[in-house]
Design a binder for this molecule. Sequence first.
Ligand code: AMP
Ligand code: MG
Length: 430
Amino acid sequence: MSKSRKLLNDCFLHDKDRLRHDDVLQMIKQRIGPIMATETVSLADANGRILAEPIVAPRNVPLSDNAAVDGYAYCHADFESVGGWFEVADRIAAGHARQTPMPKQTAARIFTGAAVPPGLDTIAMQEDCEPHVQNDRPFIAIPPGLKAGANCRKSGEDVLEGTTVLLSGERLRPQDIAAIASLGIAEIAVFQKLKIALISTGDELLRPGAGTTPLPGQVFDTNSAMLKGLLEMVPVKVTDFGVLADDADLIRNTLAQAAGEFDMILTSGGASRGDEDHVIMALDELGQRHLWQLAIKPGRPMTMGQIGDCVFVGLPGNPVAAFVCFLLYVRQIILRLQGCAWRLPSRFPVAANFGIKNKKPDRREFLRGILGQAEGGSLTVTKFDRDGSGLITGLRESDGLIEIPEAATGIHPGEIVDFIPFSEFGILPR
Ligand code: AMP
Ligand code: MG
């Protein structure tokens, strides 16, 4: 299937020296739309996928009025005249329904989920009722005080026929899939998964593995494994290209080849403007740059562009910067390309259990935050105490990101700060 529309264009151009965080998000929201065609999947494969058609209820859920408890169904209006004493004229188990009206002023033994017979409207719980036998016929004494309609689930009380249950662009969660199943729908249209080429760059990088001993100056490639994990939280297909050396020809040739085969290339490293930063030079030769030099910390050199119809995203090499940029921007870019409705992660106000002085104004900072509890039990957040952007420990020990706005020049202990839990980005809680 062909792509549903041409990727992007140069309308990303802007005259700012450094783009602010909110501007970047606005651009992603307004200028990136679905490029993927749709496919049909069964509900069993739909978790986490992005819906490509609205789901409209073809019928009521539940279909018929049914019992919420095991007990006795009766007509509330008959209660006074029979003094709560009903003959039991039928027995209806779950999955069964009586089509014809019940004999006048009788009750039905009924079980949870069974359709309530025509004419009856109220159900008394079996433990509140007293069965009797009179002249070999079963009777039931129903207690007074029940409201009309008690313990009866109404047809359509969950979903009414004709209701739009889900919109195109919604990301399906298990409960959404339950809702679709409840309508009797087994196959749905979703956006195809983005095919992503994952590339690490750097002469110093060594793939982890048995028997590999790093020489001085070498580091293990952590970004490939980390980004692969982060990509698993969005519906994509990842091909790991491994590590490319800082070699201009190799990088250019690999990017050119990958651009022809993938919907998106995600690189890390080599994204600054140094002599050994060949990734951006290759992008400039092969395609266009749309975004680069963001007014944020960490992650300033993150770059986005395109090579032909292939989206290019270049992350900084530092693992912390790559991680943060992925969460803040790459995830949103990927979701937009796959037709996902726009939703920003929620920020929660939490009291700072730390202070910072001399923050540079004009850039937004994202600190690694560790949640704690004040004496009264209210939440507090501490920042990971070391700032280095290579410290994976800070990512591991933290619960989310503390967002410090551009205008701030510091934080006082006790001040309320914005905290975004990692779970808002789909990362499992510890
Ligand atoms: P670069 O963006 O290439 O200038 O790299 C910045 C820093 O991140 C350097 O210290 C690199 O060694 C480190 N780095 C780059 N790529 C990776 C990677 N895949 N895994 C771990 N560290 C990396
Ligand atoms: Mg490098």
